[in-house]
Design a binder for this molecule. Structure first.
Ligand code: URA
Length: 209
């Protein structure tokens, strides 16, 4: 069973309040999502392994730590996931960025891949799949499956807000993928929106409706 981490840092919770607020306009919404992505990136990278190296300061030779091990890949699910990429790249500028695009088949209601472009060394990377809203879990489960099909082995899922239904679906389908969120909300309404949520993340990021 995968683990769920809720980042309850006061700055994340404070900014999330204004992200949720329907009176927050597109520009401010986008900036806040970017800032929260950076703050979440600080937490999500907490388990990165370190290795010791030797350097010379202007004063002395010393041993000091640098990040070791796996290289990172960011994989936003189009389109709302894009809103969190730059915030993460501020902390992990060397990360490669893949993209997964999915649409929902109107008859089967199942997510269908329409675009998948990944770094060629995907199997060697620690991948962070990004989608601000984990609602039913259908898109996240399909995106993770698309990555695994192409060799990905080491995955985390990062969302702003999750519904319990989405968490359960990801845990059932991908028990190896830990989930990182800023909040777990109450439920999904009949239109598939997370309650209380923030509305449609893509529309609020890009000013569409
Ligand atoms: N996608 C969104 O953008 N918002 C929701 O509440 C659910 C899915």
């Amino acid at each position: 069973m995968s683990r769920v981490y809720v980042f309850d840092h006061p700055l994340i919770q404070h900014k999330l309040t204004f992200i949720r607020d329907k009176n927050t306009g597109t520009k401010e919404f986008r900036e806040l999502v970017d800032e929260v992505a950076t703050l979440m990136g600080y937490e999500i990278t907490r388990d990165m392994p370190l290795e010791e190296t030797t350097i010379e300061t202007p004063v002395a030779t010393c041993k000091s730590n640098v990040i070791a091990g796996k290289k990172v890949g960011l994989v936003p699910i189009l389109r709302a996931g894009l809103g969190m990429v730059d915030g993460l790249l501020k902390l992990i500028p060397a990360a490669k960025v893949g993209h997964v695009g999915l649409y929902r088949d109107p008859e089967t209601l199942q997510p269908v891949e329409y675009y998948v472009k990944l770094p060629s060394d995907v199997a060697e990377r620690e991948l962070i799949v990004i989608d601000p809203m984990l609602a039913t879990g259908g898109s996240a489960v399909a995106a993770i499956a698309a990555l695994k099909k192409r060799g990905a082995r080491n995955l985390k899922l990062m969302c702003l807000i999750a519904a319990p239904e989405g968490i359960k679906m990801v845990q059932d389908e991908h028990p190896d993928v830990d989930i990182y969120v800023a909040a777990i909300d109450e439920y999904l309404n009949d239109h598939g929106y997370i309650v209380p949520g923030l509305g449609d993340a893509g529309d609020r990021l890009y000013g569409t409706k």
